[in-house]
Design a protein around this ligand. Sequence first.
Ligand code: NAD
Ligand code: UD1
Length: 349
Amino acid sequence: MEVPLCVLVTGGAGYIGSHTVLELLLDGYKTVVVDNLNNSSEIAIARVRQLAGDHAHNLSFYKMDIRDKPALEQLFASTKFDAVIHFAGLKAVGESVEKPLMYFDNNIIGTITLLEVMAAYGCNKLVFSSSATVYGWPKEVPCTEEFPLSAANPYGRTKLMIEDMCRDIFASNSDWKFILLRYFNPIGAHPSGLIGEDPHGIPNNLMPFIQQVAVGRQPALKVFGTDYSTKDGTGVRDYIHVVDLANGHIAALKKLFDPTIGCEVYNLGTGKGTSVLELVSAFEKASGKKIPLVKTGRRPGDAEIVYASTAKAERELNWKAEHGIEDMCRDQWIWACNNPYGYQTEKTQ
Ligand code: NAD
Ligand code: UD1
């Protein structure tokens, strides 16, 4: 019998991580999750086990900080990993502006520690969660992987620095294999409504905020800017269903075992731009709820229009997003109805 490949997933209890871990298990991979639960709950892991059914025995979970080098070394000493998918990181832009050192410590030191331990134990394949934030305010759209890169805030800087680190490490030793995935705007949830995004505190991102308005946790959505040069004056983004994004990781993982791969970058998006008002309207349709709006000024640092060129991922990863905005809103609403307070109950909030 063929031995299944074993993948370490850092940050696998989080939003994108939990959806990816489920797809890995369903695809037959042995999956080991490490997460310090800083922005997630172990309930997500239990729900993934539930959804994975017969494959659940292939999942192990360790509550661990990736900066804890002795703990990580112990794990690598006891398990041979064929590859690592690295989600663990802090991701709130505003917080990163207030506490840059916390972001450099968690995201940069965490990644350096992980790469050092991988090198020490002979594991040289990594998929990394980068972001469309590295395109800054793009001069034109769609964004191709060759566009100039910049960082507008400490969070974005950590993504760019880690991408550069991977490029430098590969330049020094071509045994390494890196796939850097630049996500556009992941939204939605698994259609079962069992796993989804559970932001702590008041959400910064559009869809989690809309969801909280719909379930009565926030009174109204502030629309940040109505004077952009877009179809209706509001910002345009490339929203991608989180299950499509998760499947993009399986495609990238497979590509890591292609002998020709070195250090490659892929956009994961749909290639379609949707405005704030269009997303609100699609969500209202899916949920039957009216989302009260307050039109306010632009949010500092926001770009006008960002969407992906998906040609490279389609061509080289043989992957394409399948779900549209309607599916994303439907699944977000199923998750919201089943879990209006995320993985916690209302009383424990
Ligand atoms: P998330 O916060 O839900 O998941 C990140 C997980 O990493 C959390 O479970 C958290 O507890 C864990 N973690 C953080 N620091 C850790 C550490 N030092 N050690 C161990 N675990 C740690 O976020 P997400 O939306 O699932 O994002 C996953 C990755 O994708 C992040 O790196 C994020 O920056 C990146 N990304 C996210 C988006 C997005 O819109 N969600 C867009 C682009 C890129
Ligand atoms: C934000 C981050 C980006 C990160 C991405 C995915 C900022 C400046 N950028 O990008 O670094 O990679 O999330 O995590 O935070 N909007 C409102 N009202 C709201 C929230 C958002 O109108 O309450 C608008 C925004 O102005 C934007 C759109 O909705 O036009 C999407 O916003 P958001 O979900 O925060 O994502 P990004 O701005 O793309």
